[in-house]
Design a protein around this ligand. Structure first.
Ligand SMILES: NC(=O)c1ccc[n+]([C@@H]2O[C@H](COP(=O)([O-])OP(=O)(O)OC[C@H]3O[C@@H](n4cnc5c(N)ncnc54)[C@H](O)[C@@H]3O)[C@@H](O)[C@H]2O)c1
Length: 287
């Protein structure tokens, strides 16, 4: 009788890392002349001395590298300005618009201002998202409402105005999360608001049909971004089972957004793209 042992597999994380994963690939003007707003285009500060790129900054930088002019909306002026500086230092075009998206009265005027400055609007990437990190027993009405105001209501209000002022044939992309499918974080306001975004994305796509405006949702899994690092500091075992022996990068989120906001995806609509290395599909390592 033989016994089988299941030793942990050795995986070389670099095998799945490409120039695109690291934001070092050549560019092909896939968004030439497009006018795009990225909401949450800065990135949070963390204790890391050399932080990785965040999802929103990577989107804004990549869109500009691919030829778009980018309006960078964020509550933190310095964070958005840093994104704009990176874009302009690379020869791209971008500007900052400072807005607190938790304020429902601020959204339509801000998006309208951006569209005026861009001389039109072809794409909207809704990346902003927050988490108070409270478990169900500790949840408060204030924390719940704050997560929903930023993660869901603001997206609805941005989309409402975008569908009025966006050029026909434009595209909207939302950033949900793998947390929309799993209770792993014991974080119900975040998890349920991220699940609501998936339904909202479909509703936006439905409302955009008569202008040929598409809406799709990206749902990243375990990402090595400043946000991901903050989550790992709260839960050290957070990402031990990730596929490929590594977490994803902000650039990988940005490349998915690039496809969905470009005309390359012109018949992709009302979908959610899980960007998780296959984690949801059962590709997990032993912890
Ligand atoms: N680990 C991950 O990075 C991960 C995994 C899954 C999903 N996501 C999703 O990705 C998105 C964020 O990724 P990121 O890397 O850009 O995060 P980030 O926290 O680094 O950046 C988000 C930006 O949003 C801004 N912001 C926060 N509250 C705001 C408000 N009220 N008004 C305007 N701007 C505000 C912040 O100032 C920050 O610059 C979220 O939607 C999140 O749910 C992230």
């Amino acid at each position: 009788m033989s016994t089988t042992t299941h030793a942990p597999r050795q995986i070389d994380p670099s095998a799945s890392l490409h120039a695109e994963s690291l934001g070092q690939a050549p560019h092909y003007r896939r968004l030439a002349g497009r006018r795009i707003v990225v909401v949450g285009a800065g990135q949070r500060k963390t204790v890391d001395p050399d932080p990785p790129v965040g999802n929103g900054r990577a989107m804004a930088v990549l869109f500009a590298r691919e030829g778009a002019t980018v309006a960078c909306i964020d509550i933190a002026k310095d964070a958005a300005d840093a994104t704009v500086e990176q874009i302009t230092a690379e020869g791209g075009k971008a500007f900052t618009e400072t807005v607190d998206v938790a304020d429902p009265t601020a959204i339509a005027p801000a998006l309208t201002r951006c569209a005026e400055r861009l001389s039109g609007l072809d794409g909207l990437a809704l990346n902003v998202g927050i988490s108070q990190g409270l478990s169900l027993p500790k949840m408060t009405v204030e924390a719940w409402d704050k997560d929903y105001a930023v993660n869901v209501r603001s997206h609805m209000l941005f989309a409402q105005t975008a569908l009025e002022i966006m050029s026909p044939g434009g595209a909207i992309v939302l950033t949900s999360s793998l947390a929309s499918q799993r209770a792993g974080g014991r974080n119900p306001a975040y998890e349920s608001s991220k699940a609501a975004q998936i339904a909202l994305g479909r509703a936006i796509a439905r409302a955009g049909e008569n202008k040929g405006i598409r809406c799709n949702v990206i749902a990243p899994g375990f990402m090595d971004t400043p946000m991901g690092r903050d989550a790992s500091r709260r839960r050290a075992d957070r990402a031990l089972t990730v596929p490929f022996g590594r977490q994803g990068t902000g650039w990988e989120v940005a490349y998915a957004a690039l496809f969905l906001i470009s005309n390359e995806s012109s018949y992709v609509n009302a979908h959610t793209l899980f960007l998780d290395g296959g984690h949801l599909g059962g590709i997990q390592r032993d912890a």
